[in-house]
Design a protein around this ligand. Structure first.
Ligand SMILES: NC(=O)c1ccc[n+]([C@@H]2O[C@H](COP(=O)([O-])OP(=O)(O)OC[C@H]3O[C@@H](n4cnc5c(N)ncnc54)[C@H](OP(=O)(O)O)[C@@H]3O)[C@@H](O)[C@H]2O)c1
Length: 310
């Protein structure tokens, strides 16, 4: 039986996915009719990006599952028209890319690279950084991406303290959960990485109170979601030196508006939501495997917990 799979994402993604997704489905033993447009009455599965055209899932009477192309699901998780299972993207390429981006930005601040790279005016001012083993990194979120980043940083000898909703254990990483755990992580984090999903429980988690728990002069790196940070609180903390630098990849409004104070702030680095991208080759294998599982009556991988919001 041929399965009708609707690909709902930006047009440029179709070009990137059409061949590799068809081929991954074939390898998984699936016969699929993969299209960008289709009679809604015939759709079995939707491959879904939140910035694509679909928001009303009520128009697909045969829909068996929606397979997200993004790791973050905040814009779909509360959609009342979606009554069938939703999976999110967990992709080895996405995790690898995030570990590289986070490690690069942690090392920039740890080594004080800016002082050397930007200061080429013949001043000879050696500043020796501590070893990584003496620089504590806090990781808020110890999921697929937080785990990959924590492992990469611990591999360089950074002491990593991580925080999650439920208790977790990870070799070589000090793990915490709950409100008391958050305070413990923040109190030690000279460099703090945010890799939490956006939910009602995590919105504005980096507020005045929590910023003040961090060591003076700490660095914030946010590749998670813009709404994790209370922007006014962060700007205040940057202006008084409580936070020495913020490297921000994600924002409440994207693209970041031209008049946003982050652009002009000397201690803020803005990157345009590039920390990590879903890679079509590896992501297609995940989607094909989940369709195969659903057809075989097996549990799909990476199901979103709609109650928890991620
Ligand atoms: N900038 C980019 O390019 C980019 C790319 C991809 C993803 N992202 C962002 O990265 C986020 C994380 O992705 P992921 O795949 O690592 O997600 P994930 O596997 O679902 O992990 C989320 C982590 O956050 C923890 N968490 C959730 N709610 C919490 C709460 N209320 N208190 C404490 N911890 C909480 C979870 O705790 P448990 O372990 O207890 O569940 C888990 O450890 C995505 O949601 C997305 O927003 C950004």
């Amino acid at each position: 039986m041929t399965l009708n799979v609707l690909f709902s994402a930006r047009p440029e993604k179709w070009e990137a996915y059409q061949t590799v997704l068809n081929s991954a489905c074939q390898t998984a033993g699936l016969a699929v009719n993969l299209q960008q447009e289709m009679d809604p009455a015939l759709v079995d599965y939707i491959v879904f990006a939140p910035n694509g055209p679909i928001s009303d899932f009520g128009q697909f009477p045969r829909l068996k599952a929606t397979l997200g192309l993004w790791a973050g699901v905040e814009s779909i998780v509360n959609n009342p028209t979606l009554k069938t299972p939703l999976t999110r993207m967990v992709d080895s390429g996405l995790s690898e890319g995030m570990a590289e981006w986070v490690t690069g930005h942690v090392l920039r601040h740890h080594l004080g690279m800016d002082a050397q790279i930007c200061n080429q005016n013949r001043t000879w001012q050696p500043i020796v950084p501590p070893l990584a083993r003496n620089r504590s990194v806090g990781m808020l979120g110890l999921g697929q991406l937080g785990t990959a980043c924590a492992r990469a940083l611990a591999g360089l000898n950074f002491p990593v303290m991580a925080w999650s909703r439920r208790p977790r254990t990870l070799d070589g990483i000090e793990t915490h959960h709950g409100a008391a755990g958050l305070a413990q992580v923040l109190a030690q984090a000279e460099i703090l990485v945010l890799l939490l999903p956006l939910t009602s429980a995590t919105e504005n988690i980096l507020n005045v109170e929590n910023l003040n728990l961090m060591p003076k002069g700490a660095v914030v790196i946010n590749p998670g979601r813009g709404q994790l940070i209370d922007d006014d609180a962060l700007l205040g903390a940057l202006n008084c030196g409580q936070i020495s630098h913020a490297t921000l990849d994600v924002f409440r409004q994207e693209p970041l508006p031209a008049d946003h104070p982050y652009w002009a702030h000397p201690n803020v680095t803005v990157t345009p939501h590039v920390a990590s991208e879903t890679r079509p080759e590896t992501a297609s294998q995940v989607i094909a495997e989940n369709i195969r599982r659903c057809e075989a009556g097996e549990e799909m991988k990476f199901l979103v917990d709609r109650a928890a919001g991620y």
